[in-house]
Write a protein that binds this ligand. Structure first.
Ligand SMILES: [Ca+2]
Length: 96
């Protein structure tokens, strides 16, 4: 998964809004982002990546945009695009 933009309300220790990334589905090895810091590209150790966008009731920003690719057993990549904003506009595009 590659993050193209990330704009999330910033606060000390990301207490207001935060983007949590989990390799898999558990909180182990989770990473926390807020503000304009852009997560590094990553490849998960399994077929699961969990993204949690936590927001509070005030101060909205643009959210994040990321793309991901599925690597099948032959090593082929299939690209996808995912966009999520604080306004709960949810767009999921699956490229042919
Ligand atoms: Ca907020």
């Amino acid at each position: 998964m590659t993050f193209e933009t990330s704009e999330i309300e910033e606060g000390p220790s990301c207490i207001y809004d935060a983007l949590h990334l989990y390799d898999g589905t558990t909180a182990e090895n989770s990473e926390l982002y807020c503000g304009d810091s852009l997560p590094q590209p990553r490849q998960t150790s399994s077929n699961e990546l969990t993204i949690v966008l936590r927001t509070d009731e005030s101060e909205r920003r643009n959210g994040f945009r990321a793309t991901y690719a599925i690597v099948d057993s032959s090593g082929a990549y299939t690209p996808h695009t995912h966009t999520h904003t604080h306004t709960h506009t949810h767009t999921h595009t699956r490229d042919a």
